[in-house]
Write a protein of this length. Structure first.
Length: 306
């Protein structure tokens, strides 16, 4: 298994077309939001895709959607079965990193779309070490609540169409191009130093998070600094850091102040307030695609595959 840097060839999965079949897996937390889960499946079916739900998706083992063995089996079966051209993750929560212990991506694997965000960061980044592009985008439990433009963006991405640029707030000057690594900050931080940490040399990081108070965001970004990781990257794109306010009555920085403090002295473009993450519009982003980040205008652009 290749799990390091220096990849020369990246592969996009073949564009989806109506009639293709997709497999639903639950690699992380126990499924609780059944109504929104079913609504998400209907969105995909209304787009013309066949959607099959893996057996065991609704199992529960503590806070997990079944045992590690069951969740690994779901993912492995979906990857190996040629019937399916894509894999839809049910929800996030926690549990994806547990599947990576001892995990081997199939040799000579035909690329398939893997779609999710939040805890699914662990699987998307590990898949990226194989040089396969995945999708950091809405889960089945969040897709139906997305605005029409966001749903259409996800559909366009997996069907091989171009994507419009996203616009946020530029915090620093300069324009860079690099491979884009969207992620939940907490999950990505816990991949550092493992075999599933991708080569981030020359990368553009795209971070979001939820329910992490400012000092925890500070602690994670300080870890990235101490590990020398932020000195390797070309730029940082920031999505939504929702429900990350400090407790009432406790002295604290605001989360935006922490982000500016820990990223503002790196001498690279930083763009904030981009429309991706929890608790709001969650624009789909291809993991491992080439991108351009403009810190002056606040623009994040996905470059065409070559």
């Amino acid at each position: 298994m290749y799990a390091g840097g220096g990849l020369r060839v990246w592969r996009y999965p073949p564009p989806l077309k109506p009639g293709d079949r997709l497999r639903v897996v639950a690699p992380s937390g126990a499924l609780r939001e059944l109504e929104s889960f079913n609504q998400g499946i209907e969105v995909w079916r209304n787009w013309g895709f066949g959607v099959d739900v893996s057996s065991g998706t609704r199992e529960q083992w503590g806070y997990l959607a079944g045992t590690d063995a069951n969740r690994q089996h779901q993912l492995g079966h979906a990857l190996a079965d040629p019937t399916y051209q894509g894999i839809l993750c049910a929800r996030g929560g926690y549990g994806g990193t547990r599947l990576l212990e001892g995990w081997q991506w199939p040799e000579a694997m035909s690329p398939k779309w893997l779609i999710g965000f939040s805890d699914i960061t662990s699987l998307l980044w590990s898949l990226g070490t194989q040089g396969i592009v995945g999708v950091h985008g809405p889960l089945l439990t969040t897709l139906a609540a997305e605005p029409e433009w966001s749903q259409q963006r996800l559909k366009n991405l997996v069907m091989g169409h171009g994507l419009p640029a996203l616009h946020g707030e530029g915090w620093s000057q300069g324009t860079v191009e690099g491979r884009l690594w969207p992620a939940n900050l907490t999950v990505a931080t816990h991949l550092l130093g493992t075999a599933h940490e991708p080569d981030l040399t020359g990368a553009i990081l795209a971070f979001e998070d939820v329910t992490e108070v400012p000092y925890r965001i500070d602690r994670m970004l300080t870890h990235w600094r101490l590990a020398g990781k932020l000195s390797q990257v070309k730029g940082v794109a920031l999505g939504r850091f929702s429900r990350c306010e400090p407790p009432d009555g406790v002295p604290s920085f605001a989360v935006a102040e922490v982000l500016r403090d820990r990223l503002g002295d790196l001498g690279i473009p930083v763009v904030a307030n981009l429309p991706f993450g929890h608790d709001g519009d969650n624009a789909a982003l291809p993991v491992g695609a080439m991108a351009r980040l403009d810190g002056s205008t606040g623009r994040l652009e996905i470059l065409p595959a070559v």
